[in-house]
Structure formats: C-alpha cells, structure tokens
Design a protein around this ligand. Structure first.
Ligand SMILES: Nc1ncnc2c1ncn2[C@@H]1O[C@H](COP(=O)(O)OP(=O)(O)OP(=O)(O)O)[C@@H](O)[C@H]1O
Length: 581
C-alpha cells in the first residue's frame, strides 16, 4: 500500500506582498512624507531665525517655500493613501480568496477534523486583524521607522551631542516595548482562539434554533453563551490591558527622552553653543523621534501578533496537509473489498471490527442492523471521510486511501438523511449549477419523484435557507435526484428515504433497485420483505461486525439474527420501529 505523504503546503503570507509595484509606490510615498515632516522642522528653524535677525524679504521668500512645501505635501499624501489603500485591497482580496480556495480544496477527512466555527472565525476575525495589524501595519512601521531615522539624521546634522543624548535615551522606550513582545503575541492568539469558540457557539444557536425553542432551553443556552462570551471578553480585556500598559510605559519612557534631550539642548543654548531656532527644530525633531518610538513599539508588537495569526491560518489550512495527489480513478470495473477493516473514532474503542466484505459491480446490497451497529460509519469510510482505519478497502484492487479524492467522488455518490440545500431555485439545488443532458435530468427527476413538485411549483421555485420552503421528504427527493443525475457507477444511500411516507419510499427504493447498471449499497431500517427480496445481498451488522450476509431467502433459511429480527413480529411497521430504537 502506498503511504500517504503529508505535505506542509506553502504559506499564504506571500500573497500579502504580491503586488510589489503598488507596495513600493506606497512605501516611497510614505518615505517622502517622512522626509517632508523633517523639512518642516527646518522651515520652522528658519522662521525663528529670520524673526530674530532676518529681513522682510527673507520672510516672503520663506513663505513662498512654505506654499510650495504644502502643495507637495498634499500631492504626496494623496498618492500615499491612494496607493496604500489599493495595495491593501488587492492583498486582502488575494489572501481571502486563497483561504476560501484552500478550505474548499481540503479533503473531507481533513476538513471534518476542525470545527466549522474555527473557519468562520478565521474569515471574520483573524483576517481583519491581519489586514490592520500586519498588512497596513507594515506600511506604518516603514513610515515611522523612516521618520525616526530621518529625525535622528537631522539631529546629527544640527548637533552631534544632542543627537547622541537623544539616541541613548531612546533606548529606554525601545527596550520597554521589546520586553513585552512575546506576551502580547500570546494574548492575541488566546483572543483569536476564544473568538473561534464564540463563533461556534453562536453558529450552534442558529443551527439549533428549533431545538432550543421546542425544548424551552432558551435560558440554559443563553447562560452557556454568556459563559463563552464572558471568557472571550475577559481575554480581550487582558489583551487590551497589556497593550495599553505597554503603550503607557513607552509613553512615559518617551517623556524621559523629550525632557532629557530638551534639557540638554537648553543647556547648550544657555552656553551659547546653539541658536533658539535650532532648539525649536530639536523640539520638532524630537516629536518625530518619539512619535515613531511609541507607534513603532505598538505596531511591532501588533505585527508580531498578526504574524502569529497568519501562521495559525496557515496551520488550519495546511498543517493537516492535503493528500499528495492520489491515483486518478474514475472507472469502477469489478469490486469493492473491505479486507479486515476496523475503525475507531477515539483510537480506543472500535466502532467497526474486522469487516470482510466483497461487493460486486452492478449488484445491490442492503445494510441492516440495530441502531449504532456501524452502518453509517461503514458507508462514511467508503466515502473517504476518515482514513485512519485499520486493514484495507480496495476499489478494483486500488486502496481507497491512495485514490485521488476528486476522482473518488466521480465514482461514488451518497444520499444521506441530512440534506443540505442552497438558498437558490430548486433547479440549481438539483443540478448544483452544472449542465447535464436534458434526458438525464428528466430521468433523475422522475425517478426521484420530484416531477410532480416541479410541475406544480416550477423549476425556479426558491428553496429558502437550507431548504426551509421544502418539506423533509421534498429535500430527500432533491438529494436523490442530485445523486442520480451525477450518474456515478456506485450509489450509496444512508436512510435516504426516511422522511418519505412508506409508499413513496418504497416506490423510490424500487426504482433505484431497478437500475441494473449501477452498484447500490443501501443502509435501511425498513424490513420490508418486497424490497428486501430485490437486493442481491443483505448485510446484517451487529456491534460493529458483519454477523450475517446473503439473499433474503438465504438469511431466512439460516434462521439466525436476521431471521429472529424479521420474525419478531409479522407487523412490518413494528419491525421498522424495532430497528430504529
Ligand atoms: N463522529 C463520531 N464520533 C464518535 N463516535 C461516533 C461518531 N459517529 C458515530 N459514532 C458512534 O459510532 C457508532 C456507530 O455509529 P453509526 O452511525 O455508524 O451507526 P448506525 O448503525 O448507522 O446507527 P443508526 O442506525 O442509528 O444510524 C455509534 O456508537 C456512534 O455513537
């Protein structure tokens, strides 16, 4: 058997930097803004020096410079936000599309290993944080770092001693911020996890609204939500407290830098070693030194936390890995074989034990057994929902785990009791937006018993959210039609007609059993002798094992477990109930 190699997959982070020309334009504009801010300090210095010992003509010349400066500032600033917003928009479109794409391409077993709330929370919360703290944060960091470097350079230009004092003191807020880096990331990750749990809880309320109402458990559910909500808000508060404490500490450290540098500048002015204009320029430059330190410390911490979220998103989408491209197999030639298959959900207690089955092409099989005996799990293994089973499942001698999942679903269709419906017209729900030959459509619609409904309501009838405008039976008919239209060589039915009345259910079962060029494996609770007689083989399950198999008459002759169940009563209805308990 080929082993499944797990591949780590590439990180989606690269997508955030894909549009390089826009990113570079936004960065250049940001750097220019930083330069213009420094130029403002020199303009103020000139203004003060002219006011002390200059001429009116100098003042007019300077005013002309100021007007040109303001026009340039406006142009650069508009360019900066325009390119930045366009870059962020394109980066986020690419990133979110890639996330959705990866989610959809996950194979079933991988997708089901995570709670759907985690995926929703990633799209709703984490991606937003990545946008503000990481993508926009990168540009903020570049702008502020440039402003800091320019301000420092300008200080050196004005006075080396003042610049050295400013650098030494600036280490204080930087150290403060770096010291809390790790802790901030940890708290951000915790908030993200709690967001996921909260989304899952809210999702459960929407999905289980009818249950909540009919069982009158509003208060209990509200209190459960309140617990999750409270826990999320507690962690959010801790996160905010921490970031704001870091901000306060950095601000205080910043004041020390201002007061220290300014005192030193004032001392130099008193000694006559610098001009008042220079002192004003120091003050202005100090703002450009301190502002960035505070913003940088906050932005660097948030960026780090954003990077942790990017990693978390990657892990959710990649770490479980997708199967290495498997063997493409779309034709079903002769048989499906379960060779000593055992399976456990929790790795402890087996739900299926030592299953040996050989299912031949174009035959029909009924799987029967008491509730919880493992019938659905057997079908789910065949659908590739789980790959951690022991033993082997072969489709025409190819191990199921080695088959490319996409091609597997071209061979198998499943019809289940739970039917998902899109909030779309019935025709889109049946065809699932694909084109099929008219003849195939008509055949599937007739066989599934949907023809009457479509005639009455029209193919454009909207099904409502998850089919709220349709009855349970109508939804099941849609699901049957969907599978029949797909025309796969193997059909799996798991309680597919349970919501239909006995007569309709039997009619549909009969028409499915009449398809001769199809392999049908049908889990049924209905011990109806007319239907059971039509199956090539009945597989009787008990406690995760296949205990009997054979045709209806063979099993009756055997007088075993199937016989005893079938003969418990002559009343078919009671037999059905017996198996459902
Ligand atoms: N996702 C799951 N996680 C853990 N245990 C599960 C899971 N799904 C099913 N089981 C357990 O596995 C056993 C077999 O379940 P399965 O649904 O296959 O039985 P079944 O014969 O189809 O039952 P029914 O006729 O009631 O649908 C049961 O004990 C069930 O509780």
């Amino acid at each position: 058997m080929r082993t499944i190699k797990r591949q780590s997959g590439s990180s989606l982070k690269g997508l955030l930097f894909q549009n390089k020309s826009l990113l570079i334009s936004a960065v250049i504009a940001s750097i220019m803004i930083a330069g213009l801010n420094i130029a403002l300090a020199f303009i103020l210095k000139l203004l003060i020096n002219i006011s002390i010992d200059g001429e009116v003509a100098d003042l007019f010349n300077l005013l002309f410079v100021i007007l040109s400066f303001l026009s340039l500032y406006l142009i650069v600033s508009v360019t900066q936000y325009w390119t930045k917003n366009k870059y962020v928009k394109e980066a986020m479109v690419n990133y979110k599309n890639a996330i959705t794409d990866r989610m959809i391409k996950k194979d079933l077993s991988d997708f089901r290993s995570h709670n759907s709330g985690s995926y929703i929370s990633v799209i709703n919360n984490d991606v937003k944080t990545v946008e503000t703290d990481y993508v926009e944060g990168n540009i903020v960091i570049i702008t502020q770092a440039t402003l800091f470097i320019f301000a420092l350079g300008a200080m050196f230009y004005l006075n080396v001693q003042v610049a050295v004092v400013a650098i030494v003191l600036s280490l204080l807020p930087i150290i403060t911020s770096v010291a809390f880096n790790g802790k901030v990331s940890l708290h951000q990750e915790r908030v993200s996890e709690k967001n996921g749990a909260f989304t899952t809880t809210i999702k459960d309320i929407f999905n289980g609204f009818t249950v909540i109402k009919s069982f009158g458990v509003e208060k209990e559910v509200s209190s459960a939500v309140s617990g999750v909500n409270n826990s999320l808000e507690v962690d959010k508060r801790k996160f905010k407290n921490l970031t704001e404490m870091v901000k306060s500490l950095t601000e205080v450290a910043g004041f020390i830098v201002v007061v220290g540098t300014f005192t030193f500048g004032a001392w130099l002015a008193i000694k006559g070693k610098t001009t008042p204009g220079d002192v004003l320029a120091y003050i202005q430059l100090l703002n450009y030194l301190l502002g960035p330190i505070v913003i940088l410390s906050e932005s660097l911490n948030k960026r780090k936390a954003g990077a942790v979220l990017i990693q978390k998103i990657d892990d959710l989408l990649i770490s479980d890995g997708q199967k290495e491209a498997g063997i493409p197999k779309e034709q079903f030639n002769h048989s499906i074989v379960f060779d000593n298959v055992s399976f456990s959900f929790d790795g402890d207690k087996d739900v299926l034990t030592g299953i040996h089955l050989a299912l031949e092409k174009n035959k029909s099989y009924a799987i029967v057994g008491l509730s919880g005996s493992g019938k659905s799990t057997l079908l789910n293994l065949l659908m590739g929902y789980y790959d951690s089973y022991k033993g082997n499942i072969y489709i025409d001698d190819v191990e199921l785990r080695d088959i490319d999942p996409t091609s597997l679903y071209k061979m198998l269709s499943v019809i289940q009791q739970e039917v998902f419906m899109f909030d779309a017209p019935i025709e889109n729900n049946v065809f699932l937006y694909k084109n099929y030959p008219q003849e195939a459509l008509q055949k599937a619609i007739t066989m599934s018993g949907l023809d009457g409904f479509i005639e009455k309501k029209g193919s454009g009838f909207n099904c409502g959210e998850n089919g709220s405008q349709l009855s349970g039976g109508e939804k099941q008919r849609v699901s049957i039609a969907r599978a029949l239209i797909k025309g796969t060589p193997v059909l799996l039915l798991d309680e597919a007609t349970s919501s239909l009345d006995n007569e309709t259910a039997q009619a549909i079962e009969q028409s499915i059993l009449n398809i001769k060029d199809n392999t049908r494996i049908i889990v049924t609770h209905k011990l109806n002798s007319d239907a059971l007689r039509m199956y090539d083989e009945i597989i009787m399950m008990k406690n995760g094992c296949v205990v009997e198999k054979g045709s209806f008459s063979e099993l009756l002759e055997k007088k075993g477990f199937f016989y005893s169940l079938y003969n418990v009563t002559d009343n078919a209805r009671q037999k059905e109930e017996l198996l459902t308990v």
